[in-house]
Design a protein around this ligand. Structure first.
Ligand SMILES: NC(=O)c1ccc[n+]([C@@H]2O[C@H](COP(=O)([O-])OP(=O)(O)OC[C@H]3O[C@@H](n4cnc5c(N)ncnc54)[C@H](OP(=O)(O)O)[C@@H]3O)[C@@H](O)[C@H]2O)c1
Length: 278
């Protein structure tokens, strides 16, 4: 189990990735994203999760440069948007993201959504970027078991990470087991279900028992499941609080109680029907 915010999991290619990062979805480019990323880094976060779709890569890059932390001590993830899927368009979109971030390499590049018929071609470009050393690890988001099986069947390199919606209302049991078995690291997006879980009576009761907040209980539950988590906040105190999850341990009974809250319900789109941008 990780014991502090800087602890990392080892991806199947040997690259180390922090167990916890800061998400920046719906954070406005400019001052808002600069302040939130700088607050994260100032308080010990080393991993930042953005995407070309979030339109804040420039601010993320500025915050990285102003943070005073050496680039190699940070782990920066961005994502390829749906409209850019395809071999040549992926190579181009990668350069655009890197330019916006002001970086000369990425730590992790992810396909944002599977779509229907272009992810294999897109993956070939990801493999090429990886082989060229432009990115230290490559992965996918929102891939269901069937997408992964299909991709792995023809891929030269297996994705190192699958970032999916994951929280107590969407426990993704089958997908988590599949990824563990394949050596693909699962990463939770919307771990707090975008704030919709914070008044759940069972989570409140468990939080009270450990003298923690509901957010901290959920984030700890992610880690105890071996899942990377990237909560988003633009508020410094919440950014700090969300990272204070390394000083307690949920009992197996409480882990099961939280697992039992599953409703297979999502805050975001379903990967099989998400067609925006394709
Ligand atoms: N790959 C994908 O398709 C995908 C999709 C969605 C998200 N993501 C990634 O996952 C990250 C996290 O997901 P998310 O941003 O959708 O949702 P989230 O992290 O589950 O929740 C964020 C919301 O919770 C609030 N919040 C955060 N910490 C809190 C706390 N301690 N107490 C009370 N409220 C708190 C935030 O408000 P304040 O900011 O006001 O504190 C914000 O409204 C994203 O930022 C993004 O990087 C990826």
């Amino acid at each position: 189990m990780p014991t502090n915010l800087k602890d990392m999991t080892t991806l199947h290619n040997g690259v180390k990735m922090p167990w916890m990062g800061l998400g920046v979805f719906k954070v406005t480019d400019g001052e808002e994203v600069i302040q939130s990323v700088k607050a994260g880094i100032r308080n010990g976060y080393t991993s930042i999760d953005t995407a070309s779709f979030y339109k804040n890569e420039e601010g993320v890059g500025q915050a990285i440069r102003e943070s005073g932390v050496p680039r190699e001590d940070l782990f920066i993830t961005t994502k390829l948007w749906n409209a850019d899927q395809g071999y040549e368009s992926t190579l181009q979109a990668f350069e655009t993201s890197l330019d916006k971030l002001g970086l000369d390499y990425l730590d992790l590049y992810l396909i944002h959504w599977p779509g229907k018929d272009k992810y294999k071609e897109t993956w070939k470009a990801f493999e090429e970027l990886y082989k060229q050393g432009r990115v230290r690890a490559i992965g996918v988001c929102n891939f269901q078991v069937h997408h992964l099986e299909d991709l792995i069947a023809s891929a030269e390199i297996k994705p190192m990470v699958n970032q999916v919606e994951f929280h107590p209302h969407l426990t993704q049991k089958e997908l988590l087991a599949f990824c563990k078995n394949e050596g693909i690291q699962l990463e939770a997006w919307s771990p707090l279900k975008q704030g919709k879980l914070l008044n759940d009576p069972i989570l409140l009761e468990i939080a009270h028992k450990y003298n923690k907040s509901v957010a901290q209980v959920i984030l700890r539950w992610d880690l105890q499941h071996g899942v990377i988590t990237i909560p988003k906040s633009v508020k410094e105190q919440r950014i700090i609080d969300n990272s204070n999850v390394f000083d307690f341990e949920l009992s197996s009974e409480d882990m099961e109680k939280i697992d039992g809250l599953n409703q297979d319900s999502r805050a975001g789109s379903h990967p099989d029907t998400m067609s925006v941008g394709f």
